[in-house]
Design a binder for this molecule. Structure first.
Ligand code: C5P
Length: 216
């Protein structure tokens, strides 16, 4: 059986893990799944049907209907949907349904880069490489503000920072699959690192693992 290669990337909102995941998937020619989009799709479905975000059975139904091949980033990337996603993400039954789909995706040859909050700890605990990408809340808020301004929008730094801190608390504080580095994750703090430097640092870690494996 051919080995399916898995790179698990976890970290808080806005740490740069999405861009890093995309660069690594391109470089190592692996499939790519932004698992945040799966939680966003559930939240979006509830909002579309004007259902409250704590309606667990509706969230379970929406989770079953999530089709990984049809996740529309343009629709799902809205800031408010990210916030709503972190509310439906606390339900263990919703997580179980989505995690199963994410695991099936990871098993598809030649393997995948998955990014999220619980990839190294829950979804793919046997991943070949685990990265935990983080940055200070201030740096993440500054980046988010620059992103919004670069597309002509306006936003308030203090509000963005408060949102980020709040989402961190919800993601790190929930009982089921809280955000935390896996014991065997490589930590990558991008507070003072441009994305290119983070990409090179991640490649160094991955190439090292691959070289040791080739020798073994
Ligand atoms: O990464 P993104 O901001 O798109 O994720 C939205 C929300 O979905 C997160 O704040 C988190 O609550 C939830 N999520 C999760 N587990 C994942 C990915 C995302 O709980 N693997």
């Amino acid at each position: 059986m051919t080995h399916v290669f898995t790179i698990a990337i976890d970290g808080p909102a806005g740490a740069g893990k999405g861009t890093l995941a995309r660069r690594l998937a391109d470089h190592y020619r692996l499939n790519l799944l932004d698992t945040g989009l799966t939680y966003r799709a559930v939240a979006h479905a509830l909002i579309q049907h004007a259902l409250p975000l704590d309606n667990v059975s509706a969230a379970e139904t929406a989770a079953r209907q999530v089709d990984l091949a049809r996740l529309d980033r343009a629709v799902l990337s809205a800031h408010a949907i990210g916030e709503a996603a972190s509310k439906v993400a606390v339900f263990p039954t919703v997580r179980r349904i989505l995690v199963e789909k994410q695991r099936d995706f990871a098993k598809t040859p030649p393997g995948a880069v998955l990014d999220g909050r619980d990839i190294g700890t829950v979804v793919c605990p046997d991943a070949d490489i685990k990265l935990y990408v983080t940055a200070s809340a201030e740096v993440r808020a500054r980046r988010r503000l620059a992103e919004i301004e670069s597309i002509g929008g306006t936003a308030n730094f203090a509000e963005i920072l408060a949102d980020i801190v709040h989402r961190d608390e919800r993601d790190m504080g929930r009982a089921d699959s809280p955000l935390k580095p896996a014991a065997d994750a490589h930590l990558l703090d991008t507070s003072e690192m441009a994305i290119e430097a983070a990409f090179l640092a991640a490649r160094a870690v991955i190439d090292d693992v691959l070289a040791k494996r080739d020798k073994a």
